[in-house]
Write a protein that binds this ligand. Structure first.
Ligand SMILES: NC(=O)c1ccc[n+]([C@@H]2O[C@H](COP(=O)([O-])OP(=O)(O)OC[C@H]3O[C@@H](n4cnc5c(N)ncnc54)[C@H](OP(=O)(O)O)[C@@H]3O)[C@@H](O)[C@H]2O)c1
Length: 237
């Protein structure tokens, strides 16, 4: 048993794959979800089937009380917190001029404030472990279409690096920066293929490419403050 991993937005898509991988690696999973109750229940069965415990925790991460509640509950019901994966996200094309204050708050609450206070609560309890933040290759580029999304992920990148310094040597903090891996739910595969054609590798990445990165960053005990780009070189164009 490796201890307990909290995964936010962990019911499906990349978060779901990461939750299953971590269960296969020996972690018990504190699986947070927001709206995907059906997927969360299915995943719990899969994780139970692997012989690992899975605690389901529902909640909207724009609720300022949720971060510490998730950490306290995970610790009380599963014990031995070792890993926090800040994965929950939203992604909509909203240019600068059309970004409302509500949009701004939504993105910064989910991508910065929630990971900040989850990390703070986690660091209070975890004696030794790691935090892994899901960023985006856009943290290195200046495309402006998804303005608040990109800006809030850039802020999360800085939080990742500051915490890598502040929480060492007890807790390592790293980030994964995906490029085109899964199309947004309302888009089809054509959208993803078109985006991928603009990258040096010309094709989308696979979920497995993200899982290799998760494995590497969770298992390498001397890697701290690293941003691993799984983007086919997209940040270079
Ligand atoms: N997919 C890609 O190709 C790609 C590319 C670049 C970066 N990334 C990053 O990689 C991570 C995973 O990507 P993804 O596409 O799998 O993510 P996603 O589907 O966009 O979002 C993951 C989960 O976040 C949860 N969520 C959304 N709003 C929430 C809120 N207000 N409170 C709590 N949870 C909320 C949702 O949970 P429920 O379903 O339970 O509501 C959702 O399933 C994200 O951080 C994303 O930014 C992904």
């Amino acid at each position: 048993m490796k201890g307990v991993a909290i995964v936010t937005g962990g019911a499906k898509r990349l978060g779901g794959a990461i939750s299953v991988l971590l269960a296969q690696e020996g972690y018990d999973i504190a699986l947070h979800y927001h709206r995907s109750e059906g997927e969360a229940n299915k995943l719990k069965q899969e994780i139970d089937g692997l012989g690992r415990r899975c605690l389901l925790m529902q909640g909207d991460l724009s609720d300022p009380d949720l971060p510490h509640k998730l950490v306290e509950r995970s610790n009380a019901e599963l014990g031995a917190l070792k890993l926090l994966v800040n994965n929950a996200s939203c992604f909509e094309k909203i240019p600068f001029a059309e970004t409302s204050m509500h949009d701004f708050d939504r993105y910064f609450n989910l991508h910065l404030k929630a990971p900040f206070f989850l990390s703070q609560a986690f660091a209070k309890i975890c004696s030794e472990g790691a935090i892994l933040n899901l960023l985006d290759t856009r943290v290195e580029t200046y495309a402006t279409g998804y303005f608040a999304y990109s800006l809030s992920k850039k802020a999360l990148k800085e939080l990742t690096l500051l915490l890598a310094k502040a929480l060492a040597p007890r807790i390592r903090v790293n980030g994964i920066c995906p490029g085109p891996i899964l199309a947004p739910e309302e888009m089809d595969a054509d959208y993803l293929n078109k985006v991928a054609l603009r990258t040096p590798m010309k094709v989308p990445g696979k979920v497995e490419d993200i899982l290799y990165a998760v494995k590497y960053l969770t298992q390498s005990n001397y890697i701290n403050g690293e941003l691993l780009f799984v983007d086919g070189g997209e940040r270079l164009v």
